[in-house]
Design a protein around this ligand. Structure first.
Ligand SMILES: NC(=O)c1ccc[n+]([C@@H]2O[C@H](COP(=O)([O-])OP(=O)(O)OC[C@H]3O[C@@H](n4cnc5c(N)ncnc54)[C@H](OP(=O)(O)O)[C@@H]3O)[C@@H](O)[C@H]2O)c1
Length: 221
């Protein structure tokens, strides 16, 4: 496969890039900081520099031309305020969708987040920090934008709290799961399995659990 990863220097993204490149897939990684390019090259990932908060659709479509799937693993990250939740977690994900469509790419995997259902319909959960509300709203808006597009086969993965613990290869993956955490290693492995499975229209939550990743993905509807 040929895959584009947006936010390719991120912690999940680098794990995903290494897994894909190690098995012979061609991976193009979009980073905004040119200083990150060397790390990607060392991972076996081809770096391309684009800032997804300022790039145009055509700039990104040129990167996506001829690929089998795009993966959005970018995020404004801890320490960012509400405006960047909107410009990255929503806006950049939507830009990647526009670019995928313009390039004729059908498959899109979005790394979203557990908790987005708590803000559906404009709800504000009691006691939740304003920036976290903005983050969840941005993720939900990105999901809704992508899932409404008939030209894209979208898969949404909503991980629980991310950790840097070693992966176990076992997860709980379903439409709705109890809150929990998940090693980034296992999120990356699930993304690989979903790319291979060719899912379309699937929206799943993901936490650590007992089920081998291959079985968990095979059991999806
Ligand atoms: N933390 C959690 O517990 C949790 C839980 C569920 C879901 N998630 C989501 O999971 C995803 C991946 O998490 P992670 O920990 O792997 O993320 P991460 O390490 O923070 O990586 C995010 C990447 O996005 C890049 N990025 C930010 N703005 C960009 C822009 N304008 N153009 C291009 N790239 C840009 C960052 O680049 P720079 O290094 O240049 O800033 C960074 O490399 C994120 O969307 C996150 O919100 C997180």
């Amino acid at each position: 496969m040929r895959i584009v990863i947006a936010g390719a220097h991120g912690k999940i993204a680098r794990r995903l890039g290494r897994l894909l490149s190690a098995r012979g897939d061609t991976v193009v990684g979009i980073v905004r900081n040119p200083d990150h390019a060397a790390d990607l090259t060392a991972d076996g990932v081809e770096p391309v520099v684009r800032d997804l908060e300022s790039a145009g659709v055509e700039d990104v479509a040129a990167v996506a031309a001829g690929v089998d799937a795009v993966v959005f693993a970018a995020g404004a990250g801890p320490g960012s305020g509400a405006p960047r939740k909107d410009t990255v977690d929503r806006g950049a994900a939507v830009l990647l969708a526009d670019a995928a469509e313009a390039a004729g790419v059908r498959r899109y995997l979005l790394v979203s987040s557990m908790g987005v259902e708590s803000v559906r319909g404009g709800r504000t959960p009691d006691g939740m920090d304003d920036v976290f509300v903005a983050y969840l709203r941005a993720k939900l808006a990105a999901e809704e934008d992508l899932l409404a597009r008939s030209a894209l086969a979208t898969t949404v993965v909503r991980p629980g709290g991310l950790t840097d613990d070693p992966g176990t290869g076992r997860v709980t993956l379903a439409r709705s799961v109890e809150r929990g955490s998940i090693p980034r290693d296992d999120v990356a492995a699930v993304l690989v399995a979903l790319l291979d499975a060719g899912t379309d229209g699937v929206v799943v939550e993901l936490v650590a659990g007992p089920t081998p990743i291959g079985e968990a993905v095979a059991a999806l509807p």
